[in-house]
Design a protein. Structure first.
Length: 236
């Protein structure tokens, strides 16, 4: 038998991601223990998603942003067709590669629809992410370099990959670094992120403010993703 309570627990630490501030306390099926564990909204949702999919219970202290991405992709067709869905935009142009971003909130997560532009070798920003995330490349391909290190000094690059359309991956450690560099043409990708860590990440220079996209750019990106996730059939 399992039991779950829901409420605002600002001092509780999530048993999976370590973020302070929880919404759920649970014992039983999702944790395979009678000990009570507290979770933030996104981590509880991914554990629930794993259970519904019949996957084994993950050890406490692990994230599954790939589960969050899977749940998001199942919901995106109806999300796009809902006239009440709200979308914000940003022209991320303070460092290469430039990114046109359409973003909004879905359940306990933030979702971003990206159009990422090619840049030259050595120009792409090598950086950590301030939140756990999962991505799917939907069009184009990009080079991705990976490193691992604390603080704000770039660590050594330990791996470099060429990732084609259809690739799915997650980043679930605060000290994971990467850059992406689209090759040949802009790459479109879907990104889902959970609660932010207290982790340094690069930002625009003081006094600089990122601007919203034009309506044409916003509509182009939304139409691309609507075609990839149509209401009448499965994506891709």
């Amino acid at each position: 038998m399992a039991d779950t309570t829901r409420g605002d627990m600002p001092k509780a630490v999530c048993a999976d991601c370590g973020v302070k501030g929880c919404e759920f306390s649970h014992n039983g099926l999702l944790v395979n223990t009678r000990d009570w564990k507290t979770f933030c909204g996104p981590c509880f949702a991914t554990r629930s998603g794993d259970y519904r999919a019949g996957r084994p219970v993950r050890p406490i202290g692990t994230l599954s942003m790939l589960t969050a991405l899977e749940m998001l992709e199942e919901d995106l067709p109806s999300w796009f067709s809902n006239p009440k869905s709200e979308w914000n935009t940003l022209d991320v142009n303070y460092h290469q590669p430039f990114v046109k971003r359409v973003w909004g909130y879905w359940d306990s997560y933030r979702i971003s629809l990206h159009k990422i532009f090619p840049c030259k070798e050595g120009e792409a920003l090598f950086h950590p992410h301030p939140w756990p995330s999962a991505m799917r490349i939907l069009s184009g391909r990009y080079e991705m370099a990976i490193g691992f290190g604390s603080g704000d000094e770039p660590p050594p690059i330990v791996a470099k990959l060429i990732l084609p359309a259809g690739t799915v991956y997650e980043m679930t450690h605060p000290d994971g670094w990467r850059y992406v560099r689209p090759l040949d043409e802009p790459a479109f990708s879907l990104l889902v992120t959970a609660n932010p860590w207290k982790r340094w990440s690069p930002k625009p220079k003081e006094g600089e403010k990122l601007q919203p996209l034009s309506d044409d750019d916003k509509n182009e990106i939304l139409e691309f993703f609507k075609q990839k996730y149509p209401l009448e059939k499965s994506p891709r």
